[in-house]
Design a protein around this ligand. Structure first.
Ligand code: MG
Length: 401
C-alpha cells in the first residue's frame, strides 16, 4: 500500500482501556501501569498521535478508573491532549465498551475508525498507516499474521477434536479498522450477542473483513511477565548508555529524625541543610544529572535561593527524572550507598527503595540501596554526619550529539 501518509482529519481512534486485567494481578489495571516511566496508555496515545495528528482520540475507560485515566494523560503534550475527546465509559463486556465508544464518537462525523487495545503500546507507524488505508479500501479490515504453532481444536473433555490447516489461520491484533458508519451499525445490530472482537461484529452483520499484514512486535501486555519484556525492549531501543555518580554529605544537628530517600527514620539527631537535608536523595539526584552531563543539584536549585529552604528533596529528584524524559531517555538502574554508624538503615531499606522507585517511576527491582558504617573512622565514624554515594545508569536515544 503506497498512498501518501494520512494525517487523520477524517479518522477517529478508539482506544479500549476498560479492562480490569484479571490475568495481570495487582490493583492497577495493566493499561495504567508504568512502562519505562510512562503509563502504557500514554505510550499508546502517543503512538497514534504521532502518525495521525489530526485524528480524534477517544479512550473507553472503566467507570472506576477516572483518576487513573487523568493521571495517565496528565503528561501528554498539549497538542495530543487537544486531540482527546472526553473518555467514554465502558460497559459490562468488551463489546459493550466498543459500542459505547462508537456512540460517543458519532457526533464527530468521522469517516474511518481504528479500534485498538490500550495494552498494545508498540503499535508501529507503518501498521497505523496500513490500517487507515485498509479501512478506506475495504470498509472492514484487521491486522493478522500467519501462526507458526500448530493450533488444535479441543472438545469439552480437553481431547483434540480437530487440527485446522495452519496455512489458513491468522492471529489477529489491533488496530482493527473500519468505515465508521459500517461498524457502528454492526455494533448496534449485535447488541446482546457475545462476539470476540470488532471484526466478528462486522462479520455477524454480513460484511467481508479483509486481513492485512500485522506486526509480531505489536505485543499485547497481558501479564506481569509481558510488562517486564516490554520494559526491556524499550530500554534496548535506547542504546546510548551513560553512567553518573553522585556524592553528598550533611552534618548532624539536634533533632529527632533523619530523612533518607524520602523516609523519615527516628534518631536522636537530624541532618542540617537548606532543604530537608535528604543526603541520599541528593546523591541520587546528582548521579542522574551526572549521567546527563547536565550540571548538578546546586546549579539547578541554588542554595542561595530562599524558595528551596526546607524543600522536600523529591522536588529535585522529580526534576532530574524529567530532564531524562525530555531527552527521550529512561533510567535503567540506580545504586546508592549510605555511610553512617547510626541510625541503622537496613530495617528501612525496602521502604526507601519503594519510595525512591515511586518518585522515579521505576520498578523497585531497578533501585538498589545499601548501607555501611565507616568502622568508626572519619566524620561519619565520629557520628558528625552522614555521607551518601549513588550511581545512575541512564539510557538515551542515539544521535543526540
Ligand atoms: Mg545535599
Amino acid at each position: 500500500m503506497t498512498s501518501p501518509s494520512p494525517t487523520g482529519a477524517d479518522t477517529a481512534v478508539l482506544i479500549v482501556a476498560a479492562g480490569r486485567g484479571s490475568r495481570f494481578g495487582g490493583d492497577v489495571p495493566k493499561q495504567y501501569r508504568l512502562l519505562a516511566g510512562k503509563p502504557v496508555l500514554m505510550r499508546t496515545l502517543e503512538a497514534f498521535a504521532a502518525v495521525l495528528p489530526s485524528a480524534a482520540l477517544c479512550v473507553v475507560i472503566h467507570p472506576d478508573d477516572l483518576r487513573l485515566y487523568d493521571a495517565a494523560i496528565e503528561a501528554l503534550a498539549p497538542q495530543i491532549k487537544a486531540q482527546l475527546t472526553a473518555p467514554a465509559l465502558g460497559g459490562a463486556s468488551r463489546q459493550d465498551s466498543g459500542r459505547n465508544g462508537l456512540d460517543a464518537l458519532a457526533a464527530l462525523n468521522k469517516k474511518i475508525v481504528l479500534i485498538h487495545d490500550a495494552a498494545r503500546p508498540f503499535v508501529s507507524d507503518a501498521l497505523i498507516c496500513d490500517a487507515v488505508r485498509a479501512a478506506r479500501k475495504f470498509g472492514a479490515a484487521v491486522p493478522g499474521f500467519a501462526v507458526t504453532d500448530t493450533i488444535k481444536q479441543i472438545d469439552a473433555a480437553g481431547a483434540v477434536a480437530a487440527t485446522p490447516d495452519r496455512s489458513s489461520l491468522r492471529a489477529v491484533q489491533t488496530p482493527q479498522a473500519f468505515d465508521f458508519a459500517l461498524i457502528r451499525a454492526a455494533h448496534a445490530a449485535a447488541k446482546g450477542r457475545e462476539l470476540t472482537d470488532d471484526a466478528a461484529v462486522a462479520e455477524a452483520a454480513g460484511h467481508k473483513v479483509h486481513v492485512f499484514d500485522g506486526d509480531p512486535r505489536n505485543m499485547k501486555i497481558t501479564t506481569a511477565g509481558d510488562l517486564a519484556v516490554a520494559e526491556s525492549r524499550l530500554l534496548r531501543d535506547l542504546p546510548d548508555i551513560r553512567t553518573g555518580q553522585g556524592y553528598d554529605v550533611h552534618a548532624f544537628t539536634a533533632g529527632d529524625a533523619v530523612i533518607l530517600g524520602g523516609v523519615s527514620i527516628a534518631h536522636d539527631k537530624k541532618l542540617l541543610g537548606h532543604s530537608d537535608a535528604d543526603v541520599l536523595m541528593h546523591a541520587v539526584t546528582d548521579a542522574i544529572f551526572g549521567a546527563l552531563a547536565d550540571g548538578d543539584i546546586g546549579s539547578h536549585f541554588p542554595p542561595s535561593d530562599p524558595q528551596w529552604k526546607g524543600a522536600a528533596s523529591e522536588i529535585f529528584l522529580r526534576y532530574a527524572v524529567d530532564r531524562v524524559r525530555q531527552r527521550g531517555g529512561a533510567i535503567a538502574h540506580i545504586d546508592a550507598t549510605v555511610v553512617c554508624e547510626r541510625p541503622k538503615v537496613g530495617p528501612h531499606r525496602d521502604a526507601i527503595r519503594a519510595r525512591l522507585a515511586d518518585i522515579m517511576a521505576l520498578p523497585v527491582s531497578r533501585v538498589a540501596v545499601k548501607a555501611t558504617t565507616s568502622e568508626r573512622l572519619g566524620f561519619t565514624g565520629r557520628e558528625e554526619g552522614i555521607a551518601a554515594l549513588a550511581m545512575a545508569t541512564v539510557r538515551l536515544p542515539v544521535g543526540e550529539d
